[in-house]
Design a protein around this ligand. Structure first.
Ligand SMILES: NC(=O)c1ccc[n+]([C@@H]2O[C@H](COP(=O)([O-])OP(=O)(O)OC[C@H]3O[C@@H](n4cnc5c(N)ncnc54)[C@H](O)[C@@H]3O)[C@@H](O)[C@H]2O)c1
Length: 268
């Protein structure tokens, strides 16, 4: 067998232990389920009660532990990482998925909203990486995946959300440089529109946005999970400081997709 054929048949491997924040609901819960189904012990961390997701994983034959965590509190991060060091002895992956959205235009964005969104979406991943990186280093290196958004790649009307996600895009690249010497890769994933509670109450917004998505539909949590799995696995060992956009073509082609559709075929 040639070297390249042998390489292509190499089994996909994941870290033994991965911590996923915001994993009690939505996409985080899906990342947790999918990783557990691949033999990974999942540390399910959330502000909300994570027990249901843990029970579901265990009932399906997987391994998981529940960790109460408000990502905005550095002391809670230290406690959770201490628990993982004590209970599991190692950590090979961190998915900074917890996030909140406030779809408010500039002048409707109060100081409180600004502070809260920045604390959860940007300070949270900073505190998380700061707390978790030494344990990942001591475990022989690993992978950190930060869930940003397409709002962290383009101009987006809501300043708090967009700034927090642009900040997370930059923070990921900074961390990738800092942690390379510890064998830790850091990348960001940028979902487009995905049908979770985060989009609750935004029916008109979603319906209108749909007309700019070349794929013609929203994404599913499973489709975002596929990018997360790839970045945590041994199939992405040379990938760090990068952005993976999973948006059905919205960022790259949304503008002209809509213009062509609305021009009613009059392209001449
Ligand atoms: N749904 C989308 O269309 C979309 C698009 C782009 C990016 N994202 C991002 O994907 C991530 C997951 O979003 P989702 O759609 O699954 O949202 P969701 O609302 O379904 O789940 C978010 C989870 O984060 C938890 N959380 C919120 N604040 C927290 C805190 N301070 N500490 C710990 N946990 C906290 C919530 O309890 C919840 O379980 C978020 O970072 C979000 O910004 C979502």
């Amino acid at each position: 067998m040639s070297d390249s054929a042998a390489e292509s048949q190499e089994a996909i491997r994941y870290p033994d232990v991965v911590l996923v924040t915001g994993a009690a609901n939505g996409m985080g819960a899906q990342h947790a389920r999918a990783l557990a189904a691949r033999g990974v012990h999942i540390c399910v961390a959330d502000l909300a009660e994570p027990d249901d997701v843990v029970a579901e994983i265990v009932a399906a034959g997987g391994s998981a532990s529940a960790h109460s965590l408000d990502v905005t509190d550095p002391l809670q991060w230290e406690r959770v990482i201490g628990q993982i060091r004590e209970q599991r002895g190692r950590l090979g992956g961190l998915v900074n998925n917890a996030g909140i959205s406030r779809r408010l235009e500039f002048m409707d964005t109060t100081h409180e909203v600004w502070e809260q969104v920045l604390r959860v979406n940007l300070s949270g991943p900073f505190y998380g990486m700061r707390a978790a990186a030494p344990l990942i280093r001591d475990s022989g290196g690993g992978s950190i995946v930060n869930i940003s958004s397409i709002s962290g790649q383009i101009g987006y009307f809501s300043p708090a959300y967009s700034s927090s996600k642009w900040g997370l895009t930059g923070l990921s690249k900074s961390a990738a440089g800092n942690f390379a010497a510890w064998g830790i890769r850091v990348n960001s994933v940028h979902p487009g529109l995905v049908g979770t509670a985060l989009l609750g109450g935004a029916d008109a917004f979603v319906e209108s946005a749909m007309r700019s998505i070349p794929a013609g539909r929203m994404g599913t949590p499973e489709e975002i999970t596929d990018a997360v799995l790839f970045l945590l696995s041994n199939r992405s060992t040379y990938l760090t400081g990068s952005e993976i956009t999973v948006d059905g073509g919205l960022v790259s082609n949304g503008l002209y997709h809509r213009i062509v559709a609305e021009s009613g075929g009059e392209l001449g």
